[in-house]
Design a protein around this ligand. Structure first.
Ligand code: OFO
Length: 165
């Protein structure tokens, strides 16, 4: 069954949000490399790579459904962040916004009876839950660390090793 045009457009916008996230996390990694906080930099590079994979999953789905690909412009993310905490807060905030866009799309496809798309979208709903929880946990840990440079360096090391908590 063909996907309605309105839904194709929304899926394409989601793909664009995933690509923006890839670019956004790359920008944050750049900020951390500049600050010599290489653990956090590598953490964000891994997240950036994951976002690319999320975009590819959407791309492959559209191809499978026979939808011609329409590229959209990707906005430039900021490279200026106030602090490590500021970076994670910005990432957490973005993840929550993305989650909302998936909820809205899921609601729409349900109302339209587009069950194949609905089934496809559930993967993203679960993924967003994980990503929100991951970013929230780093926000909480960095809040606890406060201005304590030694504590921030320890968290940086932990992030570099891929430890979550
Ligand atoms: Fe693609 O999970 Fe974040 O945005």
């Amino acid at each position: 069954m063909r996907i309605p045009t309105e839904i194709i457009q929304s899926l394409n916008e989601q793909l664009n949000r995933e690509l923006y996230a890839e670019y956004f996390y790359m920008a944050i990694a750049g900020y951390f490399f500049e600050k010599e906080l290489r653990g956090f930099a590598h953490f964000f590079l891994r997240q950036s790579q994951e976002e690319k994979e999320h975009a590819m999953r959407l791309f492959n789905y559209l191809v499978e459904k026979g939808v011609p690909f329409t590229p959209l412009p990707i906005e430039a993310p900021s490279k200026n962040y106030a602090s490590p905490l500021g970076c994670f807060e910005a990432a957490y905030e973005y993840e929550q916004r993305v989650t909302l866009t998936y909820y809205n799309l899921l609601k729409k496809v349900r109302e339209m009876g587009e069950y194949d798309v609905e089934e496809f979208l559930w993967w993203y709903i679960r993924e967003q839950r994980e990503e929100e929880s991951l970013m929230q946990s780093w926000v909480d840990q960095l809040k606890l660390a406060g201005e304590d440079a030694a504590a921030i360096l320890l968290l940086d090391q932990k992030a570099g090793k891929g430890e979550k908590d």
